[in-house]
Design a protein around this ligand. Structure first.
Ligand SMILES: Nc1ncnc2c1ncn2[C@@H]1O[C@H](COP(=O)(O)OP(=O)(O)O)[C@@H](O)[C@H]1O
Ligand SMILES: [Mg+2]
Length: 303
């Protein structure tokens, strides 16, 4: 790997790092062939999936996992065949939120069957494999390098999941992404141009700023950004059965991508997530209707 840094300062700098295509004939490791074969196997495994949608943000704690699950629920209620891949391997939320913490992984004829929620959504989450009190560890052949290669190992693991599970015929496969603008772009790169993005923000300048950075980074690549959802956009007041403002952030920094809708804060929704209660059991409140509208908007934008 040759790094070539120059022109720091006003002009910026350029960093040249060799890509897979530059290291053909690298002494027999067949790295380019291995990567190409791995990507082909992943593409084959996902051939029956109509839409790939990644739910990201850049920011943590804004409701990516909550919206992934409940938008999937709202779309499932419309009869769509849906699965979720919880790509947040280090902070997996879907196992608990989707109620598949105790799921068993049952080998099928060729691949492993996906655990399912009560609503019939297939869910892969590291949280179904290891308890919440344990951290995900990747073994390292040489002591001490496991952190250095962490990102590489995580993507290898993602590839393993994509080709080992029975995704089957699906209308939609949703990826629940980890935080970090750089991770968001890495996922775009890894999952390929078929994957579209939905970005989640909350109505604060800090959050919108981070999401704007993700938008800028994604705009350099081929992936479609469908739009953003503003979560915790006001809170649902049970007493008055209406939506009240939650944040006082000025409204002058809209993200320059379509808004797919807003979802208010509702402690009842958080309780449902903690207890793994599915979308179908949400009461008919403005919160459920907001989730439903965003799901419809997502569907309209996709088609
Ligand atoms: N609209 C909402 N109303 C109430 N609680 C919410 C809402 N959105 C998210 N939460 C809660 O906030 C916490 C963080 O949400 P989560 O979806 O895990 O965020 P992220 O995946 O972006 O880190 C969770 O406990 C979740 O239940
Ligand atoms: Mg999450």
């Amino acid at each position: 790997m040759k790094a070539d840094c120059r022109e720091w300062g006003t002009v910026g700098y350029s960093l040249t790092v060799k890509g897979y295509h530059d290291i053909v004939g690298d002494g027999g490791s067949r790295i380019l062939e291995q990567v190409t074969e791995q990507r082909a196997r992943i593409t084959d495994g996902l051939a029956g999936v109509r839409h790939l949608v990644a739910v990201g943000s850049g920011k943590g704690g804004v409701g990516k996992s909550t919206l992934t699950l409940h938008l999937a629920g709202a779309l499932r209620a419309r009869g769509l065949r849906i699965a979720i891949l919880d790509a947040d391997f280090n902070g997996p939320s879907q196992a608990r939120m989707a109620g598949v913490q105790q799921a068993l992984f049952i080998p099928g004829s060729e691949k492993v069957s996906l655990p399912r929620t009560k609503d019939g959504i297939g869910v892969f989450s590291v949280g179904s494999m290891i308890p919440e009190s344990a951290a995900l560890e990747f073994e390292s052949a040489a002591n001490g390098d496991s952190h250095t290669w962490r990102a590489t190992k995580e993507f290898a693991f993602l590839g393993e999941i994509l080709r080992s599970f029975e995704w089957g015929e699906l209308d939609l496969l949703m990826f629940d992404l980890p935080p970090g603008a750089e991770r968001t772009v890495q996922y775009a790169d890894y999952l390929g141009p078929r994957t579209s993005f939905v970005l989640v923000t909350i109505p604060s300048e800090v959050s919108r700023g981070v999401v704007a950075r993700s938008v800028a980074a994604l705009s350099k690549g081929p992936n479609r950004v469908l739009g953003y959802v503003e979560n915790m956009s006001g809170y649902y007041c049970r007493e008055c059965n209406g939506i009240k403002p939650l944040f006082d952030a000025p409204d002058d920094s809209r993200l320059e991508i379509p808004c797919l809708g807003t979802v208010p804060f509702d402690p009842e929704l958080a309780r449902h997530c903690d207890q793994g209660i599915p979308f179908s059991e949400l009461a008919d409140t403005p919160v459920r209707r907001a989730l439903d509208r965003v799901a419809q908007q997502l569907l309209d934008t996709l088609s």
